[in-house]
Ligand binder design. Structure first.
Ligand code: KIV
Ligand code: ZN
Length: 527
């Protein structure tokens, strides 16, 4: 009989660690709800001790969803306690604790003599600490996961010892991370097989894998692990995550679905929600999906060459291994026009995965009417864009209140901006080489931004069809080693640029506030 593979989604934790991908509380909650609709089994909602914002997000998500919610903790009591506190009202929750076990992690992160003088002593100490952490977590919840960080580069004999010890201490899931994306499928598969065969108490826990994509092998490593006994995969929507990202949820799930004969395993994912989820995550994180990305890329089901098109017309199966309906790609419907009512709008938004309460519907409807006046046809993508914009605005400190740009073929562009903040309004004007540059300079002058924010990346694309299509600007600002991403949407690309710039500044503002918050228990000790 087909066995179930548990889907552990870490979009809101590891995924959010993608450079520039920071999400607001409202965006996280909205994504968590959609992950619930998608049918993931476990949602890793964040790392509660790392900041009050993370703590609140984990708590809110714990209150909202029916999936098991997990919080991350180093193998330290205060971390574990923070997960417990953030999730104490949740019906069921998981504490996920971790500790580095490869020689390089042990010697570099546990260099101090208090962890032992020799490698052998340090290894022993780490097992002790890991078991103490698991036992402590177990006093709060029966559902405890342990990850030997950098397991991909951990000596197999030592890994076997660690895994046996943490299971004996009460871990119900042992997660084997390829933290650096270093291993190859054959090697990683052998590692999982060795654990399955040689850890005496392995059947008392679920084997999980967590693969990073530095060599483009995260999905292949995850699938090979299933062959060798893993029954949980940790993954993210669109494969976002640290550096080159994590294993992509949609690729693993669809591989299991399209080739059942290879694994005889299944997931409980409602695959027709994949596209909705992918678009929502891309919209809120500002991380565009590459067009040729498997499953969810814009070209994933597009057939360009004449031979392929001809074959497709004769039978889809000539060149298509899955039906686009299976992942929820329908024709983008002309949903509504300017005479459409609130009920129709609400119902369409809900079918795209958005949660629309009464208050929100009022605001969305206003935006919708403005857009429907400008455009005759409002498409699903327009509605997604309105929603993304709205959630960003709900949490924004800086909001664009007014923008006027003067330009012409023989004049120097001049921009005037007024920005609304809870502390007052700021207005200024500036010239620039072009209207967008003028606009960015006017914003910087209005907000008296003296520090350098370097514009690293700027892209405009049209979201939907037609002359009045919505334009989307995505940009990244680089400041003191950090990246702040912004995304703005409007039928006017200069206004979209101003919004994107302000959104990146909002991200910077949130980061400053977090750092200055005295409640912030900084993650100082990197164990
Ligand atoms: O990549 C990694 O090792 C992690 C752990 C915290 C599981 O993200
Ligand atoms: Zn990771």
């Amino acid at each position: 009989m087909s066995e179930k593979v548990i889907v552990f989604d870490t979009t809101l934790r590891d995924g959010e660690q993608s450079p520039g991908a920071s999400l607001t509380l409202h965006e996280k909650v909205e994504i968590a709800r959609q992950l619930d609709t998608l049918g993931v089994d476990v949602i890793e909602a964040g790392f509660p001790i790392s900041s009050p914002t993370q703590f609140d997000a984990v708590r809110r998500i714990g209150d909202e969803v029916s999936a098991v919610v997990a919080g991350l903790a180093r193998a330290l009591e205060p971390d574990i306690d923070a997960v417990r506190k953030s999730l104490e009202n949740a019906e069921k929750y998981r504490i996920h604790t971790f500790m580095g076990t490869s020689d390089i992690h042990i010697t570099q992160k546990f260099g101090s003599d208090r962890y032992g003088k020799t490698l052998a002593e340090k290894r022993k100490k780490i097992i002790e600490m890991a078991c103490d952490a698991v036992a402590f977590a177990k006093t709060f919840t029966p559902d405890v996961e342990f990850s030997p960080e950098d397991a991909g580069r951990t000596d197999i004999e030592y890994l076997i010892e660690v895994v046996e010890a943490v299971i004996a201490a009460g871990a119900t899931t042992v997660n084997i991370p390829d933290t650096t994306g270093y291993t190859f499928p054959v090697e990683f598969g052998q590692k999982i097989a060795a654990l399955k065969e040689r850890v005496p108490n392995i059947n008392d826990a679920i084997i999980s894998v967590h693969c990073h994509n530095d060599l483009g092998l995260a999905v292949a490593n995850s699938l090979t692990s299933i062959t060798h006994g893993a029954r949980q995969v940790e993954c993210t929507i669109n494969g976002i995550g640290e550096r080159a990202g994590n294993a992509s949820l949609e690729e693993i799930v669809m591989a299991l679905k399209v080739r059942p004969e290879l694994w005889d395993c299944h997931t409980d994912i409602n695959t027709s929600e994949i596209m909705n989820t992918s678009r929502m995550v891309s919209g809120y994180t500002g991380m565009l999906v590459q067009p040729n990305k498997a499953i969810v890329g814009e070209n994933a089901f597009a057939h360009e060459s004449g031979i392929h098109q001809d074959g497709m017309l004769k039978s889809r199966e000539t060149y298509e291994i899955m039906n686009p309906d299976a992942i929820g790609i329908g024709e983008s419907k002309i949903v509504l026009g300017r005479h459409s009512g609130r009920a129709g709008l609400k119902s369409r938004l809900e079918s795209l995965g958005f949660h629309v309460d009464k208050d929100r519907l009022k605001t969305i409807y206003k935006e919708f009417v403005v857009l429907a006046d400008k455009k005759k046809e409002v498409f699903d993508e327009d509605l997604r864009a309105i929603m993304n914009d709205l959630l960003e605005q709900e949490d924004a400190y800086y909001k664009l209140d007014y923008l006027h740009v003067n330009l012409g073929t023989t004049t120097i562009p001049v921009a005037i901006v007024r920005i609304h903040t809870p502390d007052g309004e700021f207005q200024d004007s500036a010239t620039g080489d072009g209207p967008v540059a003028a606009c960015f300079r006017a914003i910087a002058r209005a907000l008296d931004i003296r520090q350098e924010f370097n514009l690293e990346y700027y892209q405009v694309r049209s979201i939907t069809r037609g002359k009045s299509a919505l334009g989307e600007v995505t940009l990244r600002l680089h400041h003191k080693g950090d990246i702040y991403a912004g995304r703005g949407i409007s039928t006017d690309t200069i206004e979209a640029s101003a919004k994107a710039y302000l959104e990146a500044l909002n991200q910077h503002k949130r980061k400053l506030e977090m750092e200055q918050d005295p409640k912030n228990l900084a993650v100082e000790e990197h164990i």
